[in-house]
Write a protein that binds this ligand. Structure first.
Ligand SMILES: [Zn+2]
Length: 594
């Protein structure tokens, strides 16, 4: 018998409208971004479709938010129960009205902060199979974080996957994640607002004050992890947990990293730096990076109507295979009138000046001194002048003003994410991504090299398959021998450890991310003859499918009828078939992988 595998998430339009009209974000909208982060191709269905005959039978995996306005009715519960028994995977985030299906009863409701950007609880991963391989590698004792509403569970007929504890890290609040096998299906409940948590971690809070007190509106004012360990990508860990859950339904995912030399990459590094208006250094830095065979992306600083790069030097950089883009400058010592707000007009003035000088629109950019203002406004303004991504979200707490040789994930992630505007704009999705900095001027100072932190970052990147920024200013590459030595050390270490590393520029990362978002998996059929699916790949270097399998060593994989490249990875408590698919539309068939 053949089963169709497909996922959908439910967008509750009524709850969306009501939340926005009451001055709140519709936080469950971020289930869409969760799916994008996982690389899960998912349809969106409306609240009224939940009980429509035929809707459920089209899907094998359903992701639901709180449904607090209109919990499922008796007929809806019955239909979902039947669907579950027949092999459905039901994933609920704080979902009301389905406790029986999840095998839970509500625990006492803990108080939560009024502030939606304040942490509301801690999530402690258990020994359950679904948690395997996703504990914070460098800080295993650090709990994960929850933001927003809590609805912890008491277990009736389910397994506890993770526990919810109070901000003191001890007081037990109930189950944070539970898992129940029901017939041939699974019901997995999250007793905290995982979509809200991801959104709050990624985009943080509005910069409407100098929250960190460093004298400027900067991206250090945005992040919301408080005093929690900065070396843990909290959002990524939650995404990986949901990936492990989705794997129960055998749905394929599009892996977060592009292929490296026709293999699944185990680590991705992107190379970028700002020029800080230092004339001549841009070309010297670009030539050095080219001599190592590395990509590089230089942000060219605007200063009082001028740039220190000539169009001819820009051509030289491009001929090296490198990118140059705009370094927006809203810093008072360079003539900008305010250390706090800036405006759409300020953004478009500098973007237009860049266009007039170089004849191209800046694609992905970085702001000098990591300046920011408001919430999603700068993202909107930059996208209105042709920008597609920003790399200004900081990697460390500030002060210090310039945190060198430090890595961290204050925004909970090493991956790009799209901006969603706030409730005043209807939570509109902007086609503009943030790729947070994670490593910055690693491995050296002017006086010495020290590779301790650099090696820790490279090891972590490999172990958890992160997208790590190796950010080195062009003026430092050109003038500081220790900086160049640190860059050479990255390549030596990658070689020594045998990493399947992919190297990109910042533009390259953003381009890959949009190509991955535009790619899709569909028409997935699972039967005795094996698994088959259609892939649309929009990226020139191809993409990697991540297929959860048991075993997998004896699998035969065909793409359009021909043998195709694949590897079996053993991690996170199971096997994954990693299949490289080239650009274009393809039919992939897998046999012999149970
Ligand atoms: Zn700068």
């Amino acid at each position: 018998m053949q089963r169709r595998l497909a996922a959908a998430w439910l967008r509750d339009e009524e709850a969306h409208r009501r939340a926005n009209s009451e001055g709140r974000n519709y936080w469950d909208l971020y289930i869409a971004e969760l799916c994008a982060q996982m690389g899960l191709s998912a349809d969106v269905i409306g609240r009224d479709q939940l009980a429509t005959p035929g809707t459920l039978s089209r899907y094998s995996c359903l992701l639901l938010g709180a449904l607090e306005d209109r919990p499922p009715s008796m007929p809806e519960r019955q239909a979902l129960g039947d669907w579950l028994e027949q092999g459905g995977l039901l994933i609920g985030f704080n979902t009301r009205g389905l406790d029986g299906l999840f095998g839970i009863a509500p625990a006492d409701l803990p108080p939560v902060p009024d502030n939606p950007f304040a942490q509301s609880a801690c999530v402690v991963l258990g020994e359950h199979r679904l948690c395997q391989g996703i504990r914070p590698a460098l800080h295993p004792e650090q709990p994960l974080l929850a933001f927003g509403e809590l609805r912890p569970a008491k277990v009736v007929d389910a397994e506890v996957v993770a526990r919810l504890v109070g901000l003191d890290r001890h007081c037990d609040l109930g189950a944070a994640v539970t898992c129940r096998q029901a017939g041939r299906g699974w019901a997995v409940y999250f007793g905290f607002a995982l979509p809200h948590t991801l959104w709050a971690l990624h985009q943080g809070r509005p910069v409407d004050r100098d929250w960190d007190g460093d004298g400027y509106f900067r991206t250090g004012d945005i992040f919301v992890i408080g005093d929690n360990e900065i070396e843990v990508p909290y959002a990524d860990h939650l995404v990986w947990l949901v990936e492990n859950v989705v794997a129960l339904s055998r749905l394929p995912l599009i892996y977060a990293l592009p292929p490296a030399n026709d293999r699944a990459a185990t680590a991705l590094f992107y190379w970028a730096g700002d020029d800080e208006f230092a004339a001549g250094d841009q070309v010297r830095a670009s030539d050095f990076m080219r001599s190592l065979g590395l990509p590089y992306h230089i942000n060219i600083m605007y200063k009082q109507g001028d740039f220190s790069l000539s169009p001819q030097e820009g051509e030289h950089i491009r001929a090296n295979g490198h990118d140059y883009s705009l370094h927006y400058n809203f810093v008072p010592s360079d003539g900008f009138p305010s250390a706090f707000e800036f405006s759409a007009a300020d953004v478009s003035q500098q973007a237009d000046a860049f266009y007039e000088r170089f004849g191209v629109r800046a694609y992905a950019t970085v702001n000098h001194w990591l300046r920011w203002t408001g919430y999603a406004e700068p993202a909107r303004w930059m996208s209105q002048v042709g920008g597609k991504g920003d790399g200004s979200f900081v990697h460390a707490r500030m002060p210090p003003l310039d945190p060198c040789d430090i890595f961290g994930f204050p925004f909970g992630t090493s991956f790009p994410f799209r901006f969603y505007d706030d409730w005043r704009q209807g939570n509109e999705l902007l086609q503009f991504v943030e790729k947070p900095l994670t490593g910055y001027e690693m491995g050296y100072s002017s006086e010495a090299t020290d590779y301790t932190q650099l090696h820790r970052l490279l090891d972590l990147t490999q172990r958890q398959h992160l997208m790590t920024s190796l950010f080195y200013h062009s003026n430092r590459i050109a003038n500081i021998p220790n900086c160049r030595a640190a860059i050479c050390e990255v390549l030596r270490y990658i070689e020594e450890k045998g990493l399947a590393a992919k190297h990109l520029s910042l533009n390259g990362v953003v381009r890959w991310w949009f190509d991955r978002l535009a790619s899709s998996v569909g028409n997935v059929r699972d039967g005795e003859g094996g698994l088959s699916l259609d892939v649309v790949c929009e990226h020139a270097d191809g993409l990697v499918l991540r297929l959860p399998v048991e075993g997998g060593e004896g699998a035969h994989v065909r793409c359009d009828g021909k043998q195709c490249l694949h590897e079996v990875w053993q991690e996170r408590g199971r096997s994954w078939l990693m299949v490289v698919v080239p650009q274009g539309e393809h039919r992939v068939e897998v046999v012999g992988a149970s």
